[in-house]
Design a protein around this ligand. Structure first.
Ligand code: NAD
Length: 492
């Protein structure tokens, strides 16, 4: 596996406003690499006044951008795609350094973002609207129109992929877009914004403002920001959703997750071992699609042995990355301790895993498996966001589904079985937005859309796919009559 350069320091990122990188009037924050536990760079954050300037700059070229044909906007997105492919090594390594992921994981995230970009590129051939002769000589048609200035706020865990869920589509349909990356992983935004600029995107069509709560609130409160997309924890998703909709804006806010996997005794042992183990250990468990609770129905001892065997083979810093902050690592260690006090058995204790020598001051936790976790206990219900799998033993499928559906979250769920009817039954009765059969990370591929239910999402529709078009546009209904008709009706 390719390794990251732990000696890398002094990376700088600021705010991209009106096509220029500007320092911003807020403070400067250290960016701590989870690999080393020390600063790899600095982010210069904005304040509420900078947000006002950013919106003014974004408005400047938006109408002209929206007036171009979809084809000419897509031409720039095509160039952007070429640049991402050219620079993928550099971008993946930046994502890994600031986020703690392995480089292959960082690259996979970037490429998932490219899939959404390709969907946006396909709009030039597919978004034909609709037109019909509704009465003799009278035509009604749908025309999609950009909203104007729109914004999104993104989390630390996928610095390239999550922003790319929205940027290409929102820009392709003619909006100017303001992006507030996570202050924990802001450096990637420099590479994405520079790639857009090199591709020829007009100034102000992509803006990056760095910051924390003050900047987010200034974006949400600005009267000229028409729509806000958010991805992050449920607590903040709800705050942002309420504030944005309270201000009369369109909002779609994706929150946290606690994903359950129902494991039946007839499941293939190899497929199960790999699928479930990789789901909870990939990206060190810091993904909203990670397996978190294993609902083990009946005797699945051989399957659990296989999950453990594969998890044990992970090598920190070589096949598995780090935890985002020292505080989060402390939280995870304490949560493991509390789970044991709550009666769980430690099948695999990641706290004993060896941290890589060259990154010994980083934030490391190995795969952890807690068995006999009680339904309703903290490890079974709280989003921990780390490489921890809580196994809850169940008598039957009915009990497993009941536990899954009692979760406040509804992002993803899966079943592992060799029975089609059983898989269908669990799929039909499980409350979640994305469901997998014999797949641990059931992320839909484009053009199928991404989004959860319950407190994993506030707002209507999904963040990618066709529904995202409705989010980023208004649909104008145009009725046209050119002929001078003899017969009159109410439409004359
Ligand atoms: P977070 O909620 O702490 O931060 C997300 C964004 O909100 C950041 O840009 C941050 O600066 C901003 N923010 C933080 N506090 C704020 C406040 N009080 N007011 C306004 N803005 C604020 O989330 P995180 O720790 O960066 O990311 C991890 C979380 O994101 C997990 O809960 C994970 O499940 C979730 N997530 C969900 C999805 C999904 O598709 N549902 C995808 C990725 C991550």
């Amino acid at each position: 596996m390719s390794k990251i350069d732990a000696t890398l320091k002094g990376l700088e990122v600021s705010n991209f406003i009106g096509g220029e990188w500007v320092k911003g009037s807020g403070k400067s924050l250290d960016i701590i690499s989870p690999y080393t536990g020390s600063s790899c760079g600095t982010v210069h954050i904005a304040n509420a006044e900078d947000v006002k300037s950013a919106v003014t700059a974004a408005k400047q070229n938006q109408k002209e951008w929206a007036a171009q044909s979809m084809k000419s906007r897509a031409a720039i997105l095509f160039k952007f795609r070429d640049i991402l492919f050219r620079d993928q090594d550099k971008i993946s390594s930046i994502v890994a350094i600031e986020n703690g992921k392995m480089i292959p994981e960082a690259r996979a995230g970037l490429m998932k973002g490219v899939e959404v970009l390709e969907y946006a590129l396909s709009l030039q051939n597919s978004d034909v609207g609709g037109k019909m002769e509704v009465s003799r000589g009278v035509f009604c048609e749908y025309r999609r129109q950009a909203l104007g200035v729109v914004a999104s706020i993104t989390p630390f865990n996928f610095p390239a992929m999550v922003p790319m869920w929205t940027i290409p589509i929102a820009i392709a349909v003619g909006n100017a877009y303001i992006w507030k990356p996570s202050e924990k992983t802001p450096i990637t935004s420099k590479y994405i914004a520079d790639a857009f600029a090199e591709a020829g995107l007009p100034a102000g069509i992509l803006t990056v403002v760095q910051g924390e709560r003050e900047v987010v609130e200034a974006i949400i409160d600005h009267k000229d920001v028409k729509a806000v997309a958010f991805v992050g924890s449920t607590k903040v998703a709800e705050l942002v959703y309420k504030r944005a909709t309270g201000n009369g804006k369109r909002a779609l806010c994706l929150g946290g997750a606690k994903n359950h996997i129902v494991l039946l005794p007839d499941a293939d042992i190899e497929v199960t071992g790999m699928g479930i183990s990789d789901s909870f250990t990939g990206c060190a468990g810091q993904r909203c699609m990670a397996a978190s609770v294993l609902l083990a129905v009946g005797d699945v001892t051989a399957h659990i042995d296989k999950i453990k065997e594969r998890a044990e083979s992970q090598v920190l810093g070589d096949s598995m990355g780090a935890i985002i902050t020292a505080a989060q690592l402390e939280f995870l260690n304490a949560a493991i301790e509390r789970a044991v006090k709550d009666g769980a058995t430690l099948l695999l204790d990641g706290r004993n895993a060896e941290a890589p020598v060259e990154y010994k001051n980083g934030f490391w936790l190995g795969p952890t498996i807690l068995d006999h976790v009680k339904a309703g206990s903290e490890a079974a219900v709280t989003e921990l966001f780390g490489p921890i799998l809580a196994i809850v033993r169940c008598e039957n499928i009915t009990e497993a589904i009941k536990i899954q559906n009692s979760s406040e979250y509804g992002n993803a769920a899966s079943v592992f079985t060799s029975s089609g009817p059983m898989a269908e039954y669990v799929a039909a009765n499980t409350e979640c937005g994305m469901f997998g059969v014999n797949i641990g990370v059931p992320v839909p591929r484009e053009p199928f859309s991404f989004g959860g239910v319950k407190s994993s999402k506030f707002g209507h529709g999904d963040i990618t796919g066709d529904q995202s078009l409705d989010f980023w546009t208004d649909v104008k209904k145009v009725t046209t009559k050119w002929e001078n008709q003899k017969d009159h009706n109410w439409m004359s």
